[in-house]
Design a binder for this molecule. Structure first.
Ligand code: ZN
Length: 330
């Protein structure tokens, strides 16, 4: 019997829940499961679903690698924030509708294993640092472009949490002081310009002013059906207006990233999430924007890359976060 240890990683998002079993020293993720969050069914439904997925994932992993019951040492939970890591409580999540929710202890008690809680984007960023694009990079910023824009900061191999676990909220940096209204209540946040829904909203506004484009034909004329994905499809089909929308996205994102690069001088920015499907249509103008805005020395020492963990950074990083909380960085 092997005495290898394993940690369950859980990535709870507004749209989906992902679970996998990660070997203590890294390696292939076992027993991967992914299901929709369906947060409209209420918190109990979501927690029950997480518990069921964790049990299933442990069962599959145990079968595959012959892991005894005591081979599983704990659970790392990544959740949208803001949250309190010390008490394991989710303080508020607009996407899930939770308030002061004791997620860590509910999961730990149901499974009978120790658990730790951290922000989902922090988990994804440390996951990239541990096993993905950011291996060996001292100072790393992770940015997740999805329904919202999440972020994480890794300084010298550790997640930087700040005074109240709020650090890394890159989506809510103001890039236009009198700009578009953001879900957080502020005006002009990066998220209000470059998240998936914000890209779609900007595309629709242009179409309503009569910009010629293939986009309406891709949604049978129902503009409300346009998503960031549709914009990407139109780009692939050669649509000039859709390309322009993506170039604008790169401009906003480039302004935000140039701020971060000048302040933190990271060796790498890893970008993940659905919007990165646009590939070089996003990255090429993005790098050009950053070159234009950031200090040359800072910009030249910073790689702007796409995630290499194929949507699993959050799961991998959540497991690593548990390891660090319980056993330190060694
Ligand atoms: Zn905001």
């Amino acid at each position: 019997m092997s005495d290898k240890k394993y940690i369950v990683g859980v990535d709870l998002g507004g749209t989906s829940i992902k679970v996998g079993v990660v070997p203590y020293d890294g390696g292939r993720v076992l027993g991967v499961r992914s299901m929709p969050t369906n947060s409209d069914h209420g918190a109990k439904f979501v927690v029950d679903r997480m518990v069921e997925m964790i049990r299933g994932s442990m069962r599959d992993a145990a079968r595959e690698e012959n892991i005894p019951d005591d081979g599983f040492i704990g659970i790392g939970l990544g959740s949208p924030g803001p949250l309190d890591r010390k008490t394991g409580t989710v303080i508020e999540t607009p996407n899930l509708g939770w308030r002061n929710f004791p997620l860590r202890d509910l999961i730990a008690n149901s499974i009978g294993l120790a658990a730790e809680l951290d922000n989902d984007a922090n988990c994804a960023t440390i996951g990239e640092w541990w096993m993905g694009a950011g291996k060996g990079v001292q100072t790393l910023i992770g940015v997740t472009l999805g329904t919202g824009i999440g972020g994480g900061i890794v300084l010298d191999g550790r997640v930087y949490h700040g005074a109240a676990d709020v650090a890394g909220e890159v989506g809510h940096m103001t890039i236009d002081s009198t700009g578009r209204k953001c879900k957080c209540g502020n005006y002009g946040c990066l998220e209000a310009y470059a998240s998936g829904p914000a890209i779609a909203a900007r595309a629709i506004e242009g179409l309503e002013t009569g910009e010629p484009s293939l986009l309406p034909s891709l949604v049978d004329g129902d503009l409300s059906q346009i998503t960031a994905e549709t914009v990407y499809e139109a780009i692939v089909a050669g649509d000039l207006y859709a390309k322009e929308v993506m170039r604008e996205t790169a401009k906003f994102l480039g302004a935000g990233l140039a701020n971060l690069i000048n302040i933190l001088n990271p060796g790498m920015v890893v970008i993940s999430g659905g919007v990165t499907k646009a590939g070089e249509h996003l990255f090429e103008p993005l790098r050009a924007q950053i070159r234009r805005r950031a200090f040359r020395h800072a910009e030249e020492s910073c790689k702007i890359v796409s995630s290499t963990l194929d949507g699993m950074a959050g799961v991998i990083g959540a497991a690593y976060m548990f390891r660090v909380e319980r056993f330190g960085n060694g």
